[in-house]
Design a protein around this ligand. Structure first.
Ligand code: UD1
Length: 422
């Protein structure tokens, strides 16, 4: 298992280019199951979760081929298996998204349930309830969801929680169902909107993506399409926070301003300068950072996927910050590692109180999930001495060439082979 060695202290400067969004790309790849014709997807990030998706889709009969650095062709001429096995679903929960499109295309699917993960229980009950509403018969057996449907039919589906994954799964089932589906309390995330754009290019009839009610009129067949994945707003936010935590000055090229409003507002509240420039956003920080209060919320609120990174930043703010995590119940694992680096953090339930500024001191730390790893890297960039981050495979799931991007901005970050087992 590789490790990342981070020597802190250098303010990041320069320009960095964003990759395509991981969370938008994964469902777009999976949408290939819905048609016998090829999809050509551009701006696909080269990361581990994308490789896992290609692997899973390959087992189901989808032939994938890179036609350029970030251009992927996927062709599901025939579906050869209906099963998403546990070994893949447990490494990447987004695999569960094959349920809806497999059912819509072939009338059956057998998909492992994902189980818990480092940030909480993360159930799939809303995916299942929604797809049941569309007329599928679903049984849970031996850790698998077994679903059958002769014909899916449109229905009114109310989501108790505006789940991103459930919205995407139900949308991919409903596009080929008979009649009209309404998904109410749908997730509004830009990644849901991106999937809807692709499905529409394939011939689906969808309106309202980006609002709380998505309306889908089922069609008999979908065709091939070409689609460009949106830039990664979470990578953008992570790099913007990297500029702020090091007191640097960075232009994040391709940063989707319209998807980052809550993040920009919070960064400005800390005293960082964020300004739109030609082709992206410039983030700089000269003066001392101010503390803030922050709640993670569904989009367009502040994203939970940037909570760990913000916590690292707020250890450097002069005063008391309060972070409340409202999306996942167990998403403060990074706080314990930050405390080992000298941070002053007190946690109570979903709230963390961060007192700063504290001088962070490099330490061996261990990542528990993808975004937590990024938070620890940011702390390492602001710390004295070296920080050694193990379990870098979490990072590889969701950030493309992160160490190279940080090095190009002047950070002393190095990847070394480690010996520890997963
Ligand atoms: C997606 C993102 C993830 C992000 C999360 C929240 C992908 C691949 N991942 O994950 O990076 O952190 O959105 O923005 O896009 N819930 C249920 N029952 C369900 C489904 C969800 O109770 O059937 C709950 C979850 O436990 C959680 C909340 O709904 O508390 C939101 O989760 P959800 O939006 O589904 O997250 P994911 O789609 O898994």
């Amino acid at each position: 298992m590789d490790k990342m060695i981070i020597r802190g202290g250098a303010p990041l400067r320069g320009t960095v280019e964003l990759s395509g969004s991981k969370n938008a790309a994964l469902p777009c790849l999976i949408a290939a199951l819905l048609t016998e014709e090829p999809l050509l997807i551009h701006n696909v990030p080269r990361l581990r979760d994308v490789r896992t998706s290609i692997d899973l889709l390959g087992r189901l009969g989808v032939v994938s081929r890179w036609t350029g650095d970030h251009d992927l062709e996927l062709h599901a001429r025939a579906i050869t298996s209906h099963e998403a096995p546990y070994d893949l679903v447990k490494t990447m929960r987004a695999s569960f998204l094959v349920l809806g499109p497999l059912l819509a295309r072939t009338g059956r699917a057998r998909v492992s349930t994902p189980g818990g993960c480092a940030i909480g229980a993360r159930p799939v009950n809303l995916h299942i309830a929604g797809i049941r509403m569309l007329g599928a018969r679903i049984q849970m057996r031996h850790g698998y969801v077994e679903a059958h449907a002769v014909n899916l039919r449109g229905a009114r589906v109310w989501l108790d929680t505006s789940s991103v994954g459930a919205t995407e799964n139900i949308m991919m089932a409903a596009v080929r169902a008979r009649g009209r589906t309404l998904i109410e309390n749908a997730a509004r995330e830009p990644e849901v909107q991106d999937l809807a754009r692709l499905l529409k290019a394939m011939g689906a009839r969808i309106s309202g993506a980006g609002s709380h009610v998505i309306e889908i009129e089922g069609v008999e067949r979908l065709g091939g399409a070409e689609h460009t994945v949106i830039p990664d707003r979470i990578e953008a936010g992570s790099l913007m926070i990297a500029a702020a935590v090091t007191g640097g000055d960075v232009v994040v090229r391709g940063a989707p301003l319209e998807h980052l409003e809550a993040v920009i507002a919070k960064l400005r509240e800390t005293g960082a300068t964020v300004e739109p420039v030609e082709g992206g956003l410039r983030v700089a920080r000269g003066a001392a950072l101010r503390p803030v209060e922050l709640r993670t919320l569904p989009y367009p609120g502040f994203p939970t996927d940037l909570q760990a990174q913000m916590m690292a930043l707020l250890t450097q703010a002069a005063g008391t910050s309060v972070i409340t995590e409202t999306i996942f119940e167990n998403r403060f694992m990074h706080a314990l590692e930050l405390m080992r680096m000298g941070a002053d953090i007190v946690m109570k339930g979903p709230t963390a109180v961060v007192r700063g500024p504290t001088a962070l001191c490099g330490a061996p730390v261990m990542a528990t999930d993808l975004r937590a790893s990024m938070g620890l890297i940011l702390a390492g960039l602001a710390a004295e001495n070296s920080t050694e981050l193990s379990r870098v495979y979490h990072l590889d799931r969701g950030y493309e060439a992160l160490d190279a991007k940080l090095r190009a901005l002047g950070a002393a970050v190095e990847r070394v082979p480690g010996e520890e087992a997963a």
